[in-house]
Ligand binder design. Structure first.
Ligand code: HBI
Length: 101
């Protein structure tokens, strides 16, 4: 697999609309999103599904979990910052969640 390139300026300009639930991380070329679930069981089930996505895409999150909360940060270590791999994984993660009512 070729070395990933940093996200283009054009692609960055559409991030806010493409991934409205994500925001730029403080002090890093990365995107981050916080999730809150009913309980730990639901949070863990979500993390298990994200882990499968990460393996399928060979692209892995930096993440933390405290009881029913999960925080995910996506950046591409091989590119030294945001790449299209982060956008793809963020989209796939968002698709795991129930549609907004
Ligand atoms: N995950 N976030 C992230 N960034 C990477 O550069 C990366 C990864 N998972 C696997 C991976 N790279 C492999 O392709 C090797 O480059 C380590």
């Amino acid at each position: 697999m070729s070395k990933p390139l940093k996200l283009s300026l054009e692609a960055r300009a559409t991030l806010a609309t493409d991934l409205p639930a994500w925001r730029m991380a403080e002090g890093r070329d990365a995107i981050t999103r916080r999730f809150r679930f009913r309980d730990f069981n639901d949070a863990w089930g979500f993390m298990a599904r994200v882990a499968l996505l990460a393996e399928q895409q060979d692209h892995h999150p930096e993440w933390s979990n405290v009881w029913n909360r999960v925080e995910i940060l996506l950046t591409t270590h091989d590119a030294g910052g945001l790449s299209d791999r982060d956008v793809a994984l963020a989209r796939a993660i968002d698709a795991l969640l129930p549609a907004e009512p």
